[in-house]
Ligand binder design. Structure first.
Ligand code: HEC
Ligand code: HEC
Length: 627
């Protein structure tokens, strides 16, 4: 009898030791948070991965040796990368191909490609690498994926134009950012429900990434503020860090910290990414416009939150920053130098550089792109603003600016080479005319052209400045992606809509003609086709026209708000409330289903490559190569 309890105790002891071992194996010493970003360290910290948007590759680099181990082709415009738990495998969002690819960092193999609806931007993994959470920008969704089976398990509609994403250490919640409003939402990973929302100011814009501090009391988002009523360089665009309070007495609130006054009066532009040091004491912010980086002290009280600590100069267009796992260094990804540079945190000295990919761009497109992204001279004297502050990656900023000539919503630049003249009022006929913007009140730069600057529609200035021609080559290089609504061709509804669009009854194709759905074409360069479609009459600030240049309709599905004044929130509005007298095509006779069909068709544009069609139709395009 006496032996049984002893045996039991032994068994119990063994059992509890086993349990402890199991527990220790499954639970990291500190439950680490993870943030999406285009550069991230593996769990072991001996390698990091970065995605190269222009090259279409992911590079794997050893740390601290900074040796490029391999470069893996993944597809068009890769963005966020995330390691799968503690493994040597990682996921990459291939934004341009609508795929999330799973890579093996040791072999360089692409193990699988998971198709998603559209524009995957940021991705994070749970701690054991069994689930991936990714933001899809245009549809405004978070998708949950099983990386092993390649299955999409969930799809949550939790906002608009989502980009940034980070996950708590225990994997129970994620935070996401809206790109065009900087709004932050906390989402339960159990069921996709939105638990809390941190609203932003109406001027906040371009929030790409979000990081959660180790203690999980704070998250940080960098973004800009676009003051659309000020069309001059020292009042339009400002850099910010928003402190998202997850816990503590002020939880549920956010504090915006201006990054152009945090160090006296020194101005910075276009904060693109940030990272928190492993000890939670510093926040590094990379400025993709002024090509520098601030290390901010995390003060951690509810009033100050962040204070200036130190700064370093970076290379061209720094788009990502990560602290090393020991917290003693930070690494900066310079997108237009195609390298990663390591700095010692304490001294700010450079400790190493690695070229992560070859520059795939032609010399002129590279120079033009550098000019487009910089907020330094000769582009601007004021350092707050660059072309990319309003046209990030050639997309629109979703804003309508109060220009001296009237309300003007920012146009996407895709397809531009085929749809000259430029601007809603066709007051420019070549991108070189943006020398007026560079030298004007908005940017106040020295400019790229010596001497006198003729009026925009006077003699051509193409060919007079290598730099200005390069800016034009880059600006004209943006292509229109196929609409996600037409991946399998036109739907029945879209086909019906197309018939209406092409009909004499509506008359849409009279002006929205050709592969770009616009009669604004470089061939017609001396006689601009401008049309008064009844949209320019109720704006007191309008100085130029009630007649406008016909915009291309390609890519409409993602470019709200609509019309030159941005007053049409949806495509329905363009066809109904904004067209009461049938001056903009004839729409008042259409029944609800016909309007819906027409909208379905507009959302499906383009469903085939417009450049191919334009080339075979012999249409002209202005200089510059496709990106
Ligand atoms: C403050 C925000 C802002 C900045 C900075 C800015 N733009 Fe724009 N951009 C706009 C707006 C708004 C429009 C529409 C204006 C109009 O049509 O009159 C526009 C229109 C354009 C267009 C015409 C697109 C089309 O389809 O016709 C081009 C090209 C362009 N911008 C290039 C540039 C370049 C190059 C720079 C830098 C030198 C620049 N922009 C700086 C806001 C900005
Ligand atoms: C007489 C020429 C003309 C006709 C006909 C015409 N459009 Fe337009 N369309 C324009 C012009 C000019 C604008 C720009 C107006 C503005 O911004 O105020 C425009 C703007 C638009 C826009 C907004 C694009 C954007 O990027 O904001 C849509 C959508 C559109 N048209 C669809 C249609 C449809 C559908 C029809 C047929 C029912 C049609 N249009 C008929 C000339 C025309």
């Amino acid at each position: 009898m006496s032996r049984i309890p002893r045996l039991r105790i032994e068994t119990l002891r063994l059992f509890s030791v086993l349990l402890l071992l199991l527990f220790a194996a499954n639970t990291p010493a500190v439950a680490q948070t993870h943030s999406a970003g285009l550069m991230n360290f593996s769990a072991a910290g001996d390698v990091f991965a970065c995605s190269n948007r222009d090259s279409g590759t992911v590079s794997i680099v050893s740390w601290p040796e900074l040796k490029l181990l391999r470069e893996i082709p993944v597809g068009h415009k890769p963005e966020g990368v995330a390691w799968l738990g503690k493994s040597r495998r990682l996921a990459c969002c291939v934004y341009g191909d609508d795929e999330i690819v799973i890579l093996n960092a040791d072999t360089g193999a692409v193990e699988s490609r998971i198709s998603v609806f559209d524009e995957p931007y940021g991705v994070v993994s749970n701690a054991d690498g069994t689930r991936l959470y990714a933001t899809l920008e245009y549809p405004g969704q978070v998708v949950v994926l099983n990386p092993k089976s390649g299955e999409q398990l969930q799809q949550w509609n939790v906002g608009q134009m989502l980009r940034g994403i980070c996950i708590s250490g225990d994997g129970t919640r994620i935070l996401v950012t809206e790109y065009l409003t900087a709004m932050v939402r906390e989402i339960s990973t159990a069921d996709g429900s939105v638990k809390r929302t941190w609203k932003a100011a109406s001027t906040d814009n371009l929030a790409r990434q979000i990081v959660m501090a180790p203690g999980q009391q704070r998250a940080y988002v960098t973004h800009i503020r676009s003051r659309v009523t000020a069309a001059h360089g020292n009042g339009s665009i400002f850099p910010y860090a928003s402190v998202i309070r997850l816990g503590g007495p002020e939880q549920g609130t956010r504090l915006r910290v201006p990054l152009d006054t945090i160090r006296g009066t020194r101005v910075t532009a276009n904060p693109w990414d940030c990272d928190v040091a492993p000890d939670g004491r510093s926040l590094a912010v990379a400025f993709a416009g002024t090509n520098d980086l601030y290390v901010l002290k995390i003060v951690g009280d509810d009033y100050v939150e962040l204070d200036f600590q130190s700064s370093v100069r970076c290379g061209s267009n720094p788009r990502a920053v990560r602290f090393s796992p020991d917290g003693e260094s930070f690494l900066v990804y310079n997108a237009l130098d195609f390298n990663v540079v390591a700095y010692d945190l304490r001294s700010g000295q450079i400790t190493g550089t690695v070229n992560v990919t070859e520059c795939p761009l032609d010399d002129d497109v590279l120079l033009g792109k550098q000019l487009f992204y910089t907020a330094l001279q000769p582009m601007t004297s004021r350092a707050w603003i660059s072309c990319s502050s309003c046209h990030p990656d050639g997309d629109a900023d979703g804003r309508t600016w109060q220009q001296p000539e009237g309300l003007r919503s920012t146009q996407p630049l895709a397809g531009l080479a085929w749809t000259h003249p430029l601007h809603w009022s066709a007051d420019r006929d070549e991108v070189q005319d943006f020398e007026h913007t560079i030298r004007g009140a908005l940017m106040g730069g020295r400019g790229l052209l010596g001497g006198r600057l003729p009026d925009a529609l006077d003699e051509t200035i193409t060919g007079r400045s290598k730099a200005l021609d390069a800016l034009a080559a880059y600006t004209n290089s943006h292509q229109v992606p196929i609409s996600p609504h037409a991946k399998n061709g036109l739907t029945e509804a879209a086909l019906r809509g197309r018939k209406l669009f092409m009909s004499a009854e509506t008359g849409c194709a009279n002006c929205h003609s050709g592969p770009f759905y616009s009669d604004s074409q470089p061939t017609a360069i001396t006689e601009f086709a401008m049309h008064n479609v009844g949209t320019g009459n109720d704006d007191d600030t309008e100085l130029m026209s009630p007649a406008y240049d016909t915009p291309t309709l390609l890519g409409l599905y993602r470019s709200a708000p609509y019309l030159h004044h941005g007053k049409a929130a949806t495509l329905h509005d363009v066809l109904t409330t904004m067209n009461p007298a049938d001056r903009h095509g004839s729409t008042s006779q259409l029944n609800t289903q016909q309007v819906n069909d027409l909208v379905e068709f507009l959302k499906s544009l383009p469903w085939e490559d417009p450049e191919k069609a334009a080339e075979s139709a012999g249409l002209l395009r202005v200089s510059g190569r496709s990106e």
